[in-house]
Design a protein around this ligand. Sequence first.
Ligand SMILES: [Zn+2]
Ligand SMILES: [Zn+2]
Ligand SMILES: [Zn+2]
Length: 313
Amino acid sequence: MNLPNKSEAAYRVFHMAHKFLNEFGIHWLPVDPYEIINKQKSRWKLKYVDQVAYEIGKPEQYVLDHVMRSQDGIAMFDPATNQYDIILNNSDSIPQTRMLWTTVHEIGHIYLGHLGNERTKITSDMLSREEYEQLEFEADNFAGEVLASKWLMRQIDIIDENDIALICGISDDAALSRYKKATEDYNYVPVNVILTLHNFEEYLKSVTVCRTIDEFGGFAHYTYKNHETQKLPKPKPLFLRRPGTCPYCGQEKWLSLESNFCIACGSALKPGLQRSISCCNHINHSNAAFCEQCGNRVYRIKQGLAFEECEIL
Ligand SMILES: [Zn+2]
Ligand SMILES: [Zn+2]
Ligand SMILES: [Zn+2]
């Protein structure tokens, strides 16, 4: 095997990771590799250690020591059926963050073409040390860029590694190494990254949400408030009022005829309305300072940091 040098390999893996993100239509964080494996059902199979132990009639420890030779996971290719198995250790002692990383690492071995007729699994005893380390390096780089792409982290404006861990569902150690990558200097944005960012448009989109600051949980520091518009010294007289315009501040843009409150100055637009005591979770126009439905102050934030994908699409 001809070993490429580290930076060449890293470059290739980086591009493959973004090709993968595009091919599988990944557009939200955290990435869900189990859904991806499910989509590949005909060729990729996810199995757990207890299941494999049951299938071959051996104890789980045997599977870990002799089949996987790893405490975390393994990807295997079966030339007879042309299928890939990803076997994961799902014991309670393995944190979710670590399982997530392992799963994408194993997908990386498959997607990067590490397995085939000559190499049906990657274990340290079947390869030279250099080869083994090279393939592990590649699969780890793949997992990092898929789970916490440095370019996405830059777009989200992450503040520190804790945010990466929280947003991407990876361990603190992995998040720290991704943080270092994201804050390196780059001169240009690679083409396939532009495509990834385009796919994450909805995730990255600014929305203003009607919630109390506490309801943003760990992401409260990503919120900010749009400026409120000053009210006019006197409301416009009735004969000068036009539908869709706020008579109290003169705002003409982004108001709908159904709005209860002006999103610019917060005034009630219908007779007898009071600002509601509790927030209503309504998503307003991104420039809103107040909620058009209940009149509360709204917070602007990237949509993906405030909602799960299923709540939006
Ligand atoms: Zn590996
Ligand atoms: Zn107004
Ligand atoms: Zn509201």
